[in-house]
Write a protein that binds this ligand. Sequence first.
Ligand code: REL
Ligand code: ZN
Length: 411
Amino acid sequence: MEDVISHWVRDAVRRVRAIDMHTHLFPPAFASLWRSGADHVLTYHYLIAEAIRAGHRSPASFYAMPLPDQAAWVYAQLFEQASPLSEAAMGVVAIARAFGVDLRRDGLMGLREALCDQPSDRYAARVFELAGVDQVVMTNDPLDPAERAYWLEGAPVDARFLPALRLDPFLGDWRTLGERLAEAGISLSPRADASDLAAIRRFLEDWIERMRPLYLAFSAPPEWAYPSEDTSGRVLEACILPACAAHGLPLALMIGVRRQVNTALRDAGDASGRANLQAVERLAASHPDLKILVTVLSREDQHELTVLARKFANVVPFGCWWFVNTESLTREISAMRLELLGPTFVLQHSDARVLEHLVYKWASARELAAHVLVHKYTKIARTGWRVTRGEIEREVGRLFRDNFLRLVGRA
Ligand code: REL
Ligand code: ZN
């Protein structure tokens, strides 16, 4: 029976079509924001941090090189002068293999030839197919001028790329928010008074109408507090939470990022810290109708978040974010979530920044699911539960797509 269970689980996990609830990808029509191809794969900020560390080079001199030279230098540090043992480096090997490239034999040139670096519908379809992904959710920032232009000109949104409205600048400091909103034609006073909050609320309404996002989201530093009397707390209370309520939209919180602890590293310069999860507890308790998707960056917060989700059914843990998206930590975190919550969370998201990331990140998520679920199903069978193939398929479907789709009202 145990071999049969293992076969059923592996087969279900291999076949399930994932919905990727958090990426930084854009459809081909958002051409300048599209990222694919070997040079972008090699210059993922995860790899930049690792290469700079291995190669003892200053971030400034690294970033001074043109993109192809950056990619070649990263490749030299992490694949020619070392074995690609890290999660992100192994990811490149997995991408290469999926495209029929043997990196030892074909090198970076082989990878450049196999991957396409131009916006392309057909290529997107091919990569989605290789990853077994049906749809990805974008990170849509209405305060990014390049992105805003695509929305305003009515660039077609591909049904495979679902919108999510990202609100980080709204939770930052008031002056910077004022400057960013001014570029979008909205002027705020220094007072953060009721008319300013009303203007922000109208801006959000406008963009919810335009984007039709699946959820609203923001990332937050470890010290993020709720409730809070500062301007970001007031924006949350007076603008963001009412918008979620009015449109029945979930709020996704990504907590624990300490931005730019090493500014010279740019995107690679963010770190993590322990969050104050009592803020989430208070938000969940005071807004029982608000669905709150939560992911936390530090390993130390994972258990507390899981326990919190037991207390509030409106809190749904999702994925293993960034520094905890590694083989050992995803196994630990996902097993713990199953043990304390059953299959009522979202197993994984990719956080892909480059299209081909989908391939290795979802291959890893499948390996993770197989590892954890073979163990659990074998155990309940030994304990006396007659396991069926159908129930395995149902739970795998929940973990990879259905829990999320139900939460955003698309099931
Ligand atoms: O969405 C986020 O805030 C983060 O995932 C990103 O800021 C981060 O740079 C990302 O690439 C991590 O995976
Ligand atoms: Zn992200």
